[in-house]
Design a protein around this ligand. Structure first.
Ligand code: NAI
Length: 273
């Protein structure tokens, strides 16, 4: 019961059904309720989010689904207000919502990218795509912290975990706007960690490597792509979402009470090379 009596919100947590590949947010929700937390699963995929929350409740866990587009400041305010009204407090925030795509996959424009590889490059990065990535990852995480921290202060502390990526630490051949947004999340975590350390509000980032989630489906269902990517990973495989969730649990719980402004890389040795 490492999160007993704790109230948590996890964004991008709709993908948590049993028997299906879980996302990092959905897997984290299960870890949290198992450890005694009351968890709010926030997402824009309402149908899936409601089903996941209902399934968690059926197993005796305390879970609710809330519709939250993390780019919407008014919705963030309302969501945090309603959680605090219902539960009396907020202790843990996990900024996990994310999107890996900033291109719709249409390669018919002769002036646009001709294939998926080209679409990653800065020459073909669109302002809209960049704004979308910065919106979900940077603006979303910023707003979450902005409205959660005053409530954590009332509790005498709290823990925030921002889900970045290995792509936020090292330059890799990936979507320009995605790695840029993930790097900004990493730095913002450290800045905010320093600002609130004296109030016992901890902020850390996690940096998963390739992880088997619904969003990353093509990266592990295509055998050629999987072989190519895993050849770059010392442990020779992708992470399971539950492996990332356990690290998030550690940072959310009091076991990490002296850890703030840190980055936890969970990548099978990828970035150690
Ligand atoms: P996932 O398959 O669980 O999908 C992400 C979730 O975020 C979806 O449920 C989606 O509806 C939600 N979402 C998207 N935009 C949103 C918005 N504006 N507001 C609220 N919710 C929104 O994805 P996965 O792979 O578990 O990703 C979770 C986080 O982990 C993301 O931030 C991703 O960038 C990060 N990550 C994933 C890696 C991977 O290989 N799967 C590796 C490193 C980081």
């Amino acid at each position: 019961m490492r999160l007993k009596n704790k109230i948590a919100i996890i964004t991008g947590a709709a993908t948590g059904l049993t028997g299906e590949i879980r996302g990092i947010g959905g897997a984290t929700a299960w870890e949290f309720v198992r450890e005694g937390a009351t968890v709010y699963l926030a997402d824009i995929n309402d149908e899936l989010g409601e089903r996941t929350a209902a399934e968690i409740r059926e197993t005796g866990g305390a879970a609710r689904y809330v519709h939250l587009d993390v780019t919407d400041e008014v919705l963030w305010q309302k969501t945090i207000d309603s959680i605090v009204k219902a539960e009396g407090a907020l202790d843990v925030l996990v900024n996990n919502a994310g999107t890996g795509r900033d291109y719709d996959g249409d390669y018919s424009d002769p002036d646009g990218p001709q294939n998926a590889e080209e679409a990653l490059k800065v020459e073909f990065t669109t302002v809209e795509g960049l704004d979308r990535q910065l919106g979900v990852h940077v603006r979303g995480a910023m707003l979450g912290m902005k409205y959660a921290i005053p409530e954590m202060r009332k509790r005498g502390g709290g823990s925030i975990v921002n889900v970045s990526s290995i792509h936020g630490i090292v330059g890799v051949d990936t979507i320009t706007s995605y790695s840029t947004a993930k790097a900004a999340m990493r730095h913002m975590s450290k800045t905010v960690a320093i600002q609130y350390a004296s109030e016992n509000i901890r902020v850390n980032s996690v940096h998963p490597g390739y992880t088997k989630t619904p969003a990353a489906l093509p990266l592990f269902t295509d055998p050629e792509l999987y072989a190519d990517r895993t050849s770059q990973i010392p442990m020779g495989r992708y992470a399971e979402s539950g492996e990332i969730a356990k690290s998030i649990l550690f940072l959310a719980s009091n076991e990490s009470s002296y850890i703030t402004g840190a980055e936890l890389v969970i990548d099978g040795g990828h970035n150690a090379q």
